[in-house]
Design a protein around this ligand. Structure first.
Ligand SMILES: [Zn+2]
Ligand SMILES: [Zn+2]
Length: 784
């Protein structure tokens, strides 16, 4: 199949083919402690014997060690926690188990799996926002295996802990499924929700506390990440001993286009909004178009294929475009391709999954592997449109391919950005040992304070509790007292208000802004507060499900933008002015002419104008001013300084310094996901030839979330590896003066101006030749 696909262009788009060989499973004996009844239940479900990694993880958990299983998709992670949990429920008729999934769909799948085992007396039940009131009380009193999600634990279970006291007192296991999803600000919140859970268990008499069993996709150092998430020492099982079908994994770089700009859009991105047009003539064919064509080709060949696309709009575009070309070839064939995304009703999703498994559907374009049913594996081909941001997600998506005894195909189609381009030319970063770590920072004061307020509202905080919440808890509590939220009494800190604190676990960047069609009042969608100034300013072109709208007005007080449908022949590009001041330095490396720093910064940014550009030519029509308020962000940044002399010695012309720094900044932000599980949209940057606080040429890279989310720390710790990969990505790009694959950024508030590609390479060389190797020795880029 691959041979056929790669002949579609004049040049071969495949940069690497990795053959992932089939693997025989390593079966193991059922552990002695597993009761006969359970073994029989699994045999009835077709599990004759477990795999070795399942038995190892289950054994640790059964003996009350906290454990994380970090193995591939479909490696049977659920048996590793079900076995000890169900064995304990059978042996102790009072014991209870709590299971947490990041999505309702996954919890519902797990409920079906546990219920299908038909183990006497387990009484599994889902408890989420959809659970009818009438059932909730029964669940609290009688269910012994409760499946829920962190949001429900935070908003429902913990505030109502008294009603759950019996359940919490008898809680033996807490299962945290797909735990690599808990990263960044969301992950930091969830870490404290788990600490609040541990506190309530202890208050109701479980002095030793429940045992945590976590399941993770493969990642760098899963034990450390699980430890940060739970606040407990966690052992890791990482060797996958389940059998696997062979997969041919191709890395695919769409060919360069002739300089015809109209063919370049749209590009897939994480937001459903207008996409910046690159400022260049040299552009690659879009990953979306390429994926749509590949999907049409595989479907035409009768190959059952799943295509993963990052944005909703992208998934719709891929499905629509594949359908159209199939119908042109064979009328009616297009009907065997569909789009699938979060937001569809569960029944609709199950119907699509069924149709694909039975072959009625041959192609499906989907937004997210986690939303898919657990049974949807064993497909013939998986297409991945753009690197999904983490290796965990990449393998989770690729892992949907492969039926026993049949070779499957996986293709990663690169988008035109520095990270994707780097990856398709550096297969060792995709197929070698993972280095990217799941990043979270429970000590972030913007997370810790609100979480301590929630904890205090649940029950007064004691000095002993502060230790549970970790570094910074004492200061955070004092700040809450100062702010009048808590009152200190001899017995502890008390929440002073009648209402509970309002804390959103996913909250960052302000309240979402609603997009409303003015003529009809119809709500089209929402845009997070942080992006609204960029995407929804008056005059902005806003895309929604393939339809183009123009914004009439943005009302920030109401959190609402009014739009009307219009298809102009221009696109809009907001520009912002950002300034940054250093508040404090936490850590630094003095490397002669180069300094590397980690610290707190204040970032002020203001969207001041937007450009209108012709879609067909990229020509700038005009620049229009905007009157939007400035926004402030206190966050954590990593930055490096270089002495002007060393830049001059390296051959950077003084006039070229701003462009060199700016280009290095863009590329460095683009490559950061290689070492931390960030998204380029989680990160901001600023570069300047002289910064007033550092008095030197400086490049700042900062967390886009108040208080930071751990990305800057990780970048600082891995600086040498991170910047070496950045240098390689820029130097190896085949463009002449910079392109979206290397130094241009779709997010640049400055219209990608000035940029100097050759200067960026020199800047990075100066930094790397001075930086001690210890600053991130274990990098993937080490071989480069
Ligand atoms: Zn380039
Ligand atoms: Zn920029």
């Amino acid at each position: 199949m691959l041979r056929r696909l790669r002949q579609r262009h004049g040049t071969d788009p495949v940069t690497h083919v990795e053959r992932v060989p089939p693997r025989d499973g390593l079966p193991a004996r059922w552990p002695d402690w597993a009761p006969e009844e359970l073994r029989l239940a699994y045999r009835r479900r077709g599990v004759a014997s477990p795999w070795r990694h399942q038995v190892e993880a289950a054994g640790l958990a059964y003996h009350r060690r906290h454990v994380v299983v970090a193995t591939g998709t479909a490696s049977g992670k659920s048996l590793a926690y079900q076995l000890p949990a169900l064995a304990t429920l059978l042996a102790d008729p009072r014991a209870t188990v709590l299971y947490l999934a990041p999505t309702k769909a996954l919890a519902a799948d797990q409920l079906r799996a546990v219920a299908a085992l038909e183990v006497e007396g387990v009484r599994p039940a889902c408890y989420d926002g959809d659970t009818p009131r009438a059932e909730r009380e029964w669940i609290r009193r009688h269910a012994r295996f409760v499946l829920t999600n962190p949001d429900m634990l935070h908003h429902g279970v913990l505030p109502g802990h008294a009603q759950w006291s019996g359940f919490l007192r008898r809680l033996v296991y807490v299962v945290v499924d797909e735990c690599h999803v808990y990263r960044g600000v969301f992950g930091s919140h969830v870490a404290h929700v788990l600490r609040r859970l541990r506190r309530q268990c202890a208050r109701y008499g479980r002095a030793d506390g429940p045992t945590f069993v976590l399941a993770s996709a493969t990642s760098g150092d899963p034990a450390a990440a699980a430890g940060r998430l739970t606040g407990l020492p966690v052992a890791a099982i990482t060797e996958d001993t389940s059998p696997r079908a062979g997969v041919t994994f191709a890395l695919w770089e769409p060919p360069l286009l002739a300089p015809d700009r109209s063919a370049a859009a749209p590009e897939c991105g994480p937001v459903d909004g207008p996409i910046a047009e690159p400022d260049v003539t040299q552009v690659r064919r879009s990953a979306l178009r390429e994926t749509a064509d590949l999907l049409a080709d595989t479907v035409a060949a009768g190959v059952r294929t799943l295509a993963f696309v990052r944005s909703r709009r992208g998934a719709e575009v891929v499905a629509t475009s594949a359908r159209r070309s199939l119908d042109e070839a064979v009328p009616g064939l297009g009907g065997r391709v569909a789009a699938y995304r979060a937001g569809y009703l569960r029944e609709e999703r199950r119907e699509l999954e069924r149709a694909l498994l039975h072959g009625d559907l041959l192609g499906l374009a989907s937004t997210n592997a986690l939303e898919l049913g657990v049974d949807l594996i064993g497909l013939d081909a998986v297409l991945i449109c753009g690197y999904p941001g983490t290796r965990a997600s990449l393998w989770q998506q690729a892992g949907r391919a492969g039926r026993a005894g049949r070779e499957a195909l996986a293709v990663l189609v690169a988008r035109d950005d520095p990270l994707d381009t780097y990856l398709v030319h550096h297969p060792e970063a995709v197929f070698g040992a993972p280095v990217e770590a799941t990043v979270l920072d429970p000590a972030n004061g913007y997370v810790l304070g609100p979480q301590l307020a929630c904890a205090a509202a649940e029950a007064p905080l004691t000095t002993a509790d502060l230790e549970l919440f970790g570094a910074g808890a004492k200061e955070a509590v004092e700040a809450l007292v100062q702010a009048g939220a808590l009152r200190q009494r001899p017995t502890g800190w008390y929440w002073r208000h009648r209402e509970r604190p309002e804390v959103d676990l996913r909250g960052a960047g302000g309240a979402p802004v609603c997009v409303v069609e003015a003529a009809t009042g119809r709500l089209l969608g929402t845009v997070d507060g942080g992006s609204s100034h960029f995407l929804l300013h008056a005059g902005a072109v806003y895309l929604h499900q393939g339809v183009s709208y123009v914004v009439d007005s943005l009302d920030l007080a109401d959190g609402c933008a009014l739009v009307h449908p219009q298809e102009p022949d221009w696109s809009t590009h907001a520009r912002d002015v950002t300034s940054l001041s250093v508040v404090s330095v936490r850590s630094y490396v003095d490397a002669g002419p180069v300094g590397m720093f980690l610290g707190e910064v204040d970032v002020t940014s203001q969207v001041v104008s937007y450009q209108r550009r012709r879609i067909a030519t990229g020509e700038v029509i005009d620049t229009r001013p905007l009157d939007l308020p400035a926004r402030e962000l206190r966050t954590v940044a990593v930055w490096f300084t270089i002495s002007p002399q060393s830049l001059a010695t390296a051959g950077v012309d003084p006039a070229d310094v701003p462009g060199a720094l700016h280009a290095a900044e863009h590329a460095a932000i683009g490559l950061l996901p290689l070492v931390a599980t960030s998204d380029r949209w989680d990160i901001g940057g600023l570069s300047t030839a002289v910064h007033p606080d550092t008095e030197a040429p400086t490049v700042f890279v900062y967390d886009g979330h108040p208080g930071g989310a751990g990305f800057a720390e990780r970048a600082y710790g891995m600086a040498a590896a991170w910047l070496r990969a950045t240098r390689v990505a820029v130097a190896e790009c085949c463009c002449e003066a910079g392109c979206p694959s290397c130094v241009q950024s779709p997010k640049c508030g400055n219209g990608n101006n000035p940029l100097s590609k050759s200067g960026a390479i020199r800047v990075l060389d100066v930094v790397l030749s001075n930086l001690p190797e210890g600053q991130g020795q274990a990098g993937v880029a080490g071989q480069a």
